[in-house]
Design a protein around this ligand. Structure first.
Ligand code: F6R
Length: 607
């Protein structure tokens, strides 16, 4: 969702801001703008639509001089994606400009209060109240005005502010929305995430909630709301700028699909030492685990489906009941959660508003919390008692791929690790560890053994709807396969538990209806085969995903996708890959904007 950048230094700020916004495009947006300060005057330029419009309007930044400024990509929430509603917003006298990511929940009452004080509003946004609050509280001390304004806000925010009275300074504040400071030499930055900073500096400071940053070209000052200086650690980003570029691929999504063997290896291999799974980062002990009566996994979207895949392995290996809860539902369900519950939250971005809220809710009820997160230093990583990073590297395409497979890989490992701590795994342990270590290679084999997916996409891309069916672990993967298809190709795609077909859904099967049947779990293969026969008898075209050696399925299906033979407990990591590629090529055949699908955002920081 919204992206923020800020720059102060000796270079032309506008070019750096536009470059940073380009890197944040993947978060999703529908308008953009910059505000740059030059000799005590702020120039604001905004444009609705794509960033190219803003670049054109500013002559790629050349027509906006000045060395300090802020920029923003807006994903509309309050008010349409028009130029008036685009950020930055100016105070009435033009002294302050502000950019904001998040939602101000009490903006209506603040707006009324400010109108009564004589302020007039130019936009419909919740954000505009903040710039007028700052103006109202300013008495020569910008940091203090920002802190006073922030203390009036309910909701979430990452803020960037400039003020004409302090021409080389940029200010930032954060509460429940991501913001990172980049430390350069003779220049400093802030941004919503590191992708916008990494081409300038790899030295970053992760701001925490309630912290304020005051940056000049030569100094970084982080304070609390009382102005007390906080000594912050500077972290070094380990990946380089190429990791956030397309590297010769047509789309980030395809690049990220192809990166999966390496990403899954990064998630698994360093955590296996001398044949044993080692989670150095976990503090939960065997004794504490024995007090856990149930495990609840919560997340949104694909991260939720990763949980669905991991649930089978964790439940099987630990023999503890595992329930799946959508984060957006869990938070309002008065959940039966106490200190005998282990809550596992999963999030690629670590910033998903619903997941954060569910985590806070369950923590308050006494649950032990463990986060599985990709983005280092993100809110969820900081909030949970324990955090296991997935180490997938930057994921730029809105539709997650390597984010999902690394989440599932980590959940598999946790299943084996906890199961062993609980004494439930027994002599299967070595076999399971070997299977985990083989997963990266099997992902590569899966990519290699399905060269015909683009041609299959040609056959299916005009379909009205696609049904994905499977049972047990196959059903979990079907859910993710269907989501991938709908979000990037805009085709109606649904996943059904194959056994449920005859309870209603089979009424939808007619001549030539494509059905994608997942048959990678030997325990229930015969049952899925019966479902294939049932839909074929009603005219369906069946595309089956299975092992090459699975003669019965191979001879029943119209088209085939393959994975190498693997234990069903860990099959989602390979099984999802042909489905990702199918979604990708169907979307391509339909001419869709694959990396930035309509209406979607990468980090969903609002409810
Ligand atoms: C789908 C997708 C979304 C995310 C969901 C949660 O491809 O990317 O469904 O999985 O918005 O996001 P995170 O994992 O960042 O919490």
């Amino acid at each position: 969702m919204c992206g923020i950048v800020g720059y102060t230094g000796n270079k032309r700020a506008s070019g750096i801001l536009l470059g940073g916004l380009k890197q944040l495009e993947y978060r999703g947006y529908d308008s953009a703008g910059i505000a740059v300060m030059d000799q005590n005057k702020i120039t604001v330029v905004k444009a609705s639509g794509r960033l190219e419009n803003l670049c054109r309007r500013t002559n790629d930044g050349d027509s906006v001089p000045g060395g300090a400024g802020i920029g923003h990509t807006r994903w509309a929430t309050h008010g349409a994606p028009t130029e008036e509603n685009a950020h930055p917003h100016l105070s009435n006298d033009g002294r302050f400009a502000i950019v904001h990511n998040g939602i101000i929940e009490n903006y209506l009452s603040l707006r009324e209060e400010l109108i009564a004080e004589g302020y007039h509003f130019e936009s419909e946004t919740d954000t505009e109240v903040i710039v007028h609050l700052i103006d109202m509280y300013y008495d020569g001390d910008m940091r203090s005005a920002l802190a006073k304004a922030a203390s009036r806000l309910e909701g979430s925010y990452a803020l960037g502010v400039i003020c004409t009275e302090e021409p080389d300074k940029i200010y930032a504040a954060k509460e429940a929305s991501p913001l990172i400071v980049g430390a350069g030499i003779g220049e400093n930055f802030f941004a919503s995430d590191v992708t916008a900073l990494v081409s300038h500096t790899r030295n970053v400071i992760y701001l925490e909630d309630g912290e304020f940053a005051e940056l000049s070209p030569d100094s970084i000052r982080i304070t609390d709301c009382f102005g007390k200086v906080i000594d912050k650690k500077v972290s070094r980003i380990s990946w380089d700028v190429q990791a956030a570029e397309k590297g010769g691929y047509e789309h980030f999504m395809l690049k990220e699909i192809m990166e999966q063997p390496a990403a899954v290896s990064a998630a698994i291999s360093p955590r296996i030492k001398d044949g044993r799974i080692v989670f150095d980062e976990l503090s939960i002990t065997a004794e504490e685990l024995k007090h856990i009566h149930k495990i609840v996994i919560t997340a949104c979207g694909s991260a939720y489906y990763a949980g669905c895949a991991g649930k089978y392995a964790i439940e099987q290996l630990c023999r503890i009941p595992v329930t799946m809860e959508l984060a957006s539902e869990l938070r309002y369900s008065d959940p039966l959660i106490d200190d005998h519950t282990l809550l596992i939250v999963i999030s690629q971005s670590g910033e998903t508003a619903d997941t954060i809220a569910a985590l806070k809710e369950c923590k308050a009820r006494g649950a032990r919390t463990l986060a599985v997160v990709n983005v280092v230093g993100s809110a969820i990583a900081n909030l949970a008692d324990d955090c296991v990073y997935t180490w997938a590297g930057p994921e730029i395409a809105v539709a997650t791929t390597k984010g999902y497979t690394t989440q599932v890989s980590v959940l598999y490992m946790l299943g084996v690790y906890f199961g062993e701590l609980l004494g439930k795994v027994g002599d299967q342990y070595d076999y399971l560890v070997d299977e985990l270590l083989l997963l990266p290679r099997r992902v590569q084999e899966t990519i290699d053994m399905n060269p015909g997916i683009e041609a299959l996409a040609e056959k299916y891309h005009n379909s009205k709807a696609l049904f994905f069916i499977g049972r047990n672990t196959d059903y979990a993967t079907a859910l993710e396969g269907a989501l991938k298809m709908k979000e990037i190709s805009y085709l109606h795609a649904e996943a059904y538990a194959a056994g449920e077909l005859k309870h209603g859904t089979i009424a939808l099967i007619e001549e030539h209806q494509p059905v994608i049947a997942l048959c990678c779990n030997p325990l229930i293969m015969e049952k899925t085969l019966s479902n294939i026969v049932e839909v074929k008898a009603r005219g369906a075209e069946v595309l089956a995903l299975t092992f090459r050696s699975n003669d019965k399925i191979v001879s029943s299906a119209d088209d085939l996708l393959f994975i190498p033979k693997t234990t069903a407990l860990f099959s989602a990591v390979t099984e999802v890959v042909p489905l990702q590629l199918l979604a990708y090529y169907v979307a391509k055949a339909n001419g869709c904007d694959i990396d930035k699908p309509k209406n979607l955002a990468k980090s969903v920081t609002v409810e």
